[in-house]
Design a protein around this ligand. Sequence first.
Ligand SMILES: NC(=O)c1ccc[n+]([C@@H]2O[C@H](COP(=O)([O-])OP(=O)(O)OC[C@H]3O[C@@H](n4cnc5c(N)ncnc54)[C@H](OP(=O)(O)O)[C@@H]3O)[C@@H](O)[C@H]2O)c1
Length: 254
Amino acid sequence: MNKFETVLITGASSGIGCELAKIFAQNGYNLILIARNIIKLNELACELMDKYNIKVYVLQQDLLENNAAEKVYESVTKIGKNVDILINNAGIGYVGSFHKKSLKSDKEILRLNIVTLTELTKLFSKDMVKLKKGKILNVASTGSFSPGPFTAVYYATKAYVLSFSMAISEELKPYNVMVSVLCPGATRTNFSKRAGKRDNKIGMSPDKVARIAYFGLLKNKRIIIPGIINKILTKIPGNLVYKVVGIYQKKLMN
Ligand SMILES: NC(=O)c1ccc[n+]([C@@H]2O[C@H](COP(=O)([O-])OP(=O)(O)OC[C@H]3O[C@@H](n4cnc5c(N)ncnc54)[C@H](OP(=O)(O)O)[C@@H]3O)[C@@H](O)[C@H]2O)c1
């Protein structure tokens, strides 16, 4: 991949997505940043354009909306930019008992983490295949490797992201479209707070996770697991570890 290419990042207004935007900007890539918080996106875009002399486009889009992926694709077509790297980073989860959580919250997790991610991948990978060039980074989790009691739907969506990404990486490789999947462990972002977890100070910094993701993507690594402890944890079979995961997640419940 050359510099000056365009990277589309969903969920770029905070956390890992925001840090990914910074590292690609530092390396001369143009950006298309997507989230709902347009104020944060504009602030980030101004900062990165000033510092690195790149082009940054922002799209305010709620990725839970019906046809959100098509709307993003149409907006990108209007901008007239080809997406060289697609990063499906936006994701949500919750901690809590499955039977007590609303159907609405489950539907939102399924829509954002699975449906929109799959639709965006479909739309942009078709163009990449035509051009015989492109990269896709889907953000899963260390939770992709085991069931997650008290965060059951979230872990299951991330298992989907891992399985889906590995499968299409095999399909798309002959077309020079490389698919990587990032599996962070606990990372110090807004995610825990949004997920209704007790304030959890442990975890990696989002800039470190983004840096590891960036270099992993450039090397076409299929599965990128930041941090040695996370690497070791994901080697333990899910059917052995899920009860311990449940105890840990229950402790994080407010
Ligand atoms: N933090 C962790 O411990 C951890 C661990 C493993 C995996 N991950 C994964 O890492 C990814 C990034 O999470 P993070 O930790 O950086 O969390 P974060 O700081 O909460 O960032 C989430 C991003 O997703 C965007 N987003 C949420 N709902 C959206 C919607 N409906 N439409 C559009 N954008 C939406 C948010 O932007 P707006 O609110 O502005 O829309 C925000 O930019 C997620 O896929 C998460 O599952 C995180």
